[in-house]
Design a protein around this ligand. Structure first.
Ligand code: ME8
Length: 517
């Protein structure tokens, strides 16, 4: 693999970013940072989805224009990602001029091809999903199963995309490519949905919705949300319907993974694939549907009033950097399952894993190095230990988990290595060795721990870049190496540190912060 391209979902801007949006961007950023430790060319795309009835309505309710609302909220998403150290390469807004023009051309191409046709239609429209629902998909009360609301009955003339034409090809592709939909257990769900698939509406008349991209050949219709939104993954790279693609498209398409929530898997694994097939564009290598973040085990919703923003968490715990929140979010939901956020769980988890397990270990070991060896690494202490083998096996399994985009299991594997180093120090008890005069053995144990911490600073960097830098600074190692360059005996002989230079890498979170809210 020579290059890696990841996209996130683009968020609706009818509200401010919440912790569920943040979760997706954090795990995506961690995956991207991990791949930077493996390949040189890595690209991450994120952005905002700015058209549609939801935004039109919200703007009206707030007495503002859709454009003003989009500008304000797109900025609040950018601010949130800056706060969380999300290192995306490009932020696309679906109101960007180049995107709108390309979407118009995509639409015209599909019209010319006969894959889009006009049709009078009566259907049930869910503005939460921004799509028509099949009556079979409603719950027993006739509500949208995701948004819990009755869809609106709508009769209008729309353009439709001939999704049914591609149904068999999509089924074949999913069955022949077991890595296409991840985690694996989601593929069956998609195959079941494909059974009932119908052609999909891709435009709305301007008489009902005007906040959208106009159909070039029919100004009475606007292109509707999903064809507009999904196309961002290629328009951002300079895709061109006539084949004069930009350099980024040539370099990065097909995408390695579309990172999205489980609620929008159908749009990505069925609608988007049909559209790409119709355009004759290569298909994504994989689509990863992550689970949902619940709040104290409840679904987050405006009506329940339990929507939490990443900034609220950072402020209430007085966090100066996002490492703790990034780590917590990454490990709270295992491979595609739902996760949970509560102040208590957050505090306990990061105190246990980052402060006790990780930070204290480094602190104790460095203090012993100062106490027994005046902070110096002696040549006779430098050797591989049983922890060296554990480091190697951890690197292997971390890579394996990231091959499946499972940032949670990889994160736990990294913390397990810190656990193993803690057990090692407890068993070898270097303080007893020193007391018994076994000073050389004591030095070797301390070195084994510190060298493991050096590897850990590289491994944990995608999750906690600031903590990683503090570890690397104290161990005088380079944490910018590729994963395969993690060497044993990376810490060199000579004076490593003085008492004054030892600093905690992570301060425990205090319970009183959360209570102040
Ligand atoms: O669906 N936990 O936008 P969106 C985890 N614009 N993830 C969550 C979540 C939660 N509680 N709530 C939302 C859209 N998400 C479309 C996407 S892509 C071409 C267009 C995730 O603002 C959700 O699953 O409703 C989705 O992946 C992303 O946040 C944006 O959701």
């Amino acid at each position: 693999m020579e290059r890696f391209y990841l996209t996130t979902a683009i968020d609706y801007v009818n509200g401010a970013p919440h912790i569920g949006h943040a979760y997706e961007k954090i795990i995506s950023d961690i995956i991207v940072r991990h791949y930077k430790q493996r390949v040189d060319n890595v690209y991450m795309l994120t952005g905002t989805d700015e058209h549609g009835i939801k935004i039109q309505k919200t703007a009206k309710d707030l007495g503002t224009t859709p454009k003003e609302l989009c500008d304000k909220n797109a900025q609040s998403f950018k601010d949130a990602w800056a706060l969380l150290d999300i290192n995306y390469d490009k932020f696309i807004r679906t109101t960007d001029d180049y995107h709108e023009k390309c979407v118009q051309k995509i639409f015209e191409k599909l019209l010319e091809k006969g894959d889009i046709y006009k049709h009078s239609y009566t259907g049930l429209y869910c503005s939460g999903c921004e799509c028509f629902l099949n009556p079979k998909d409603l719950d027993e009360n006739g509500n949208c199963p995701i948004h819990g609301k009755k869809p609106d009955k709508v009769s209008e003339e729309n353009y439709f995309f001939k999704l049914t034409k591609y149904k068999d090809a999509i089924i074949k592709h999913i069955k022949e490519n077991p890595d296409f939909i991840r985690p694996y257990f989601r593929a069956n769900e998609v195959l079941n949905q494909l059974e009932n698939i119908e052609d999909i509406s891709v435009s709305r008349p301007t008489s009902n919705v005007n906040w959208g991209i106009s159909v070039l050949s029919d100004f009475e219709q606007v292109i509707y949300v999903w064809i507009d939104a999904l196309s961002n993954y290629i328009t951002a790279l300079g895709y061109d319907v006539d084949g004069c693609h930009g350099e980024l498209f040539k370099k990065y398409w097909p995408v390695d993974v579309h990172m999205i929530g489980k609620d929008i898997l159908k749009f990505h694994s069925i609608y988007w694939i049909g559209i790409l097939m119709a355009l004759g564009v290569e298909l994504p290598k994989s689509i990863y549907a992550h689970g949902w973040i619940m709040i104290n085990k409840d679904k987050m919703s405006k009506s329940t009033g339990n929507v939490i923003s990443p900034k609220t968490v950072m402020d209430s715990f007085e966090l100066k950097e996002p490492d703790a929140l990034r780590y917590f979010m990454a490990v709270t939901a295992l491979n595609g399952r739902d996760g949970n956020y509560s102040d208590e769980e957050f505090k306990e988890r990061v105190n246990a894993d980052l402060a006790n397990n990780f930070g204290n270990l480094l602190n104790r070991t460095l203090n012993m190095l100062v106490k027994y060896f005046d902070g110096e690494i002696l040549p006779q202490h430098i050797e591989e230990s049983e922890l060296t083998y554990k480091v190697k096996s951890t690197v292997r399994s971390v890579k394996k988990y990231f091959d499946e985009y499972d940032a949670a299991s990889a994160g736990l594997e990294i913390i397990n290595l810190a656990d193993a180093a803690n057990k090692y120090i407890a068993e070898r008890a270097p303080w007893t060795l020193a007391k018994e005069g076994k000073i050389e053995e004591c030095g070797k144990v301390l070195y084994a721990i510190l060298d493991t911490m050096a590897a850990l600073s590289v491994l944990i960097k995608p999750y906690c870049p600031n903590i990683s830098d503090r570890v690397a600074k104290q161990l005088k190692i380079d944490n910018n190496v590729k994963l395969d360059e993690i060497a044993s005996c990376a810490i060199k002989q000579g004076k490593l540190i003085s008492k004054e230079e030892i600093e905690p890498v992570f301060l425990r979170l205090d319970s009183e912060f959360a209570d102040k809210k």
